[in-house]
Design a protein around this ligand. Structure first.
Ligand code: CA
Length: 266
């Protein structure tokens, strides 16, 4: 069923409504509201496991780390960029729907969708070190070097102490005066927060101190039609290689992972 393509099972009606409203904000943007805008150029194409329901993506020291979703299929993975081969993996207990991941120092933090439980692993061994809880859904997570930053599908970003994993602040993301709904997978890139906006092919660039939208990246058309799946296959996954200034993007069940360069359009 076509309608199922974008369904995230059990998604709250308030988020659906918010995303629809955000659509109006996007059209407003397209008519020109002074914000910056970018499109993309594909620099490299790498293989990606088509069975991976990608929910979190990070790059560090030459390898990708990926969190996948769906109950019974959720994993934390270490993945070879060039081949897409899984180098290391740990499976989540079947009841959990894995979501975003981030690497903070020697630990990996992974969220779950509606269980309100997060996991902390040793980065090298993938040994589970601890679990923690949070009051919202868990969608995306990244960090700014001092605090973890997480999303829950609403326009809100939550800042967590990386040691206690307690929420210490939160911030609404606004495009002019309009809340941006559907904030999903996150990446901290050169002092900005990048968020892919569920269930679109757009990435919003956010000023981390104010929550103000800096501009939008239009990723439309990055996955060719012949590579699209009959299953849910929306854009989901941003990773950044700060040493070589490389930006990677992929999606749920996508057979490809792209290294891109941003091209300003205004
Ligand atoms: Ca990411």
């Amino acid at each position: 069923m076509a309608a199922n393509r974008f369904l995230k099972i059990g998604i709250p009606a308030v988020v659906i409504l918010g995303v629809v409203v955000s659509g109006f904000a996007w059209r407003h943007f397209k008519t020109g509201n002074g914000l910056k805008a970018w499109t993309y150029k594909i620099v490299n194409t790498f293989p990606h496991d088509r069975s991976a329901f990608t929910q979190g993506l990070v790059f560090e020291n030459g390898v990708l780390y990926e969190g996948t979703g769906i109950e019974g299929h959720s994993e934390l993975r270490k993945v070879e960029l060039e081949t897409g081969n899984v180098l290391q993996r740990v499976k989540l207990p079947d009841q959990y729907f894995g979501e975003g991941i981030t690497i903070f120092k020697d630990r990996i933090i992974q969220l779950t969708y509606q269980s309100k439980v997060g996991f902390v692993y040793d980065k090298d061994s993938f040994e589970l070190l601890r679990e923690f809880t949070y009051p919202t859904e868990g969608w995306g997570i990244t960090h700014n070097g001092a605090q973890l930053i997480m999303s829950d599908g609403t326009p809100m970003l939550y800042f967590l102490d990386p040691e206690t994993l307690k929420q210490i602040n939160r911030m609404m993301v606004l495009d002019q005066d309009r809340p941006v709904w559907g904030l999903n997978e996150l990446e901290y890139v050169n002092g900005e927060i990048y968020a892919n906006v569920w269930p679109t092919n757009r990435v919003v660039r956010i000023a981390p101190e104010s929550g103000k939208v800096i501009g939008w990246i239009d990723m439309e058309g990055i996955l060719p039609p012949e590579d699209r799946s009959e299953e849910i296959d929306v854009f989901n996954g941003i990773a950044y290689d700060p040493d070589n200034h490389r930006l990677f993007m992929t999606g749920k069940y996508w057979p490809k992972l792209f290294e891109i360069k941003l091209i300003p359009t205004k």
